[in-house]
Design a protein around this ligand. Sequence first.
Ligand SMILES: CC(C)(COP(=O)(O)OP(=O)(O)OC[C@H]1O[C@@H](n2cnc3c(N)ncnc32)[C@H](O)[C@@H]1OP(=O)(O)O)[C@@H](O)C(=O)NCCC(=O)NCCS
Length: 363
Amino acid sequence: MSVPGLDIRLLDIPATIADDDGSFAEMVRVRNETEAAALGSFDLAPDPAGLLVEYHDRWFDRRIWVARVEGRIVGRAFVELPLEEGARIAVVEVEVHPDWRGRGIGSALLELGEGQAAQAGRRTLQAWPIHTRGNDGGERLAPPTGFGTLPAGDPGVRFLRRAGWTLEQIYRISRIDLAESTARTADALRRGREGAGDDYDVLVWAGATPPEREEDQAALYARMLTDAPSAGLVVDPEEWTPERVRDTDSRAEQGGYLLVTAAARHIATDRLVGFTNVYIPSDRRRPADQGDTLVLKEHRGHRLGLLIKAALHEAVPVHSPETTAITTFNAEENRYMLDVNEALGFVPIGYQGVWQKSLPEAR
Ligand SMILES: CC(C)(COP(=O)(O)OP(=O)(O)OC[C@H]1O[C@@H](n2cnc3c(N)ncnc32)[C@H](O)[C@@H]1OP(=O)(O)O)[C@@H](O)C(=O)NCCC(=O)NCCS
């Protein structure tokens, strides 16, 4: 190894943040500094307790290997294996703090991550890194979707191409300032209600899904995978049950998040046909994370997407007066969702590449 004192090992995931010996929190700090170097802000940075609950999601095996130099964390490899029956993919992502790049640490971490995926029998690898915007007029790389480009000179773009990965899709990261967009929210609510007419209304709740709505919520989560644009990506199935909805809601609470949901109800059948939610972190002044948004295909064309998102923007300050902003990720080709978000006042703050690599059967 060309870096003296480099040590790469599996990170112990503490049961709760109170059980952390400091390593998990240090990993999160380095992770967030690395992300901010590409994004240009700490808008997305999760806190340790908030990130920890993702490692206690029973439907995924998520692990982190940390690279340390003389005891200090300088980078990490993240490997996620969906645990559903028949799952084929593995997410493999590596990050090296900007102060420690160009020494082979990233390559060592990627070799380890790809090896872990191969050992688990996963042949399709995916990565979702955030890239620099590179507005310097240099060469750009476009995915086959034809929507969006990345700077070819970005360190992550160079690194993944060299390692045999293919860019499949680009996600736009956007942010909204809630106080600045109140007039847009009001206008969107009016237009949304017009489109919904007497057929639909909106239910808003904070915290766990009401028990009588768990079944509908499970069906909506299951449709996220089939109804959102996924370009040329291999998509593993996800089975959603009321139990999984309860588990998801309770992990959000354990992570210190306030989950606020707005759902569209088809009045005649009393069924939920769309929903959108945000995760407000324990420091309520930090930007909230947009969770999922979906309107079932068979109920599209009634401005329900606009209606539920505007209802959510109206509800967030009611449940959390200190919250001033929301961030969201959307596929660059998802024009319907981007139209809604742009109308509400979201502006782009960065881009995420969606990468894939197929491993040969025998390695
Ligand atoms: C992409 C990333 C992980 C690379 O980390 P790194 O530690 O710099 O990776 P390496 O050192 O192995 O390789 C980086 C470059 O240094 C070169 N290099 C590797 N070892 C070297 C050494 N000993 N001496 C000089 N250069 C070296 C590599 O050839 C590579 O060159 P290239 O950019 O021309 O292709 C890092 O830039 C990063 O964290 N970016 C943000 C997150 C991201 O984009 N991740 C992508 C994967 S999901």
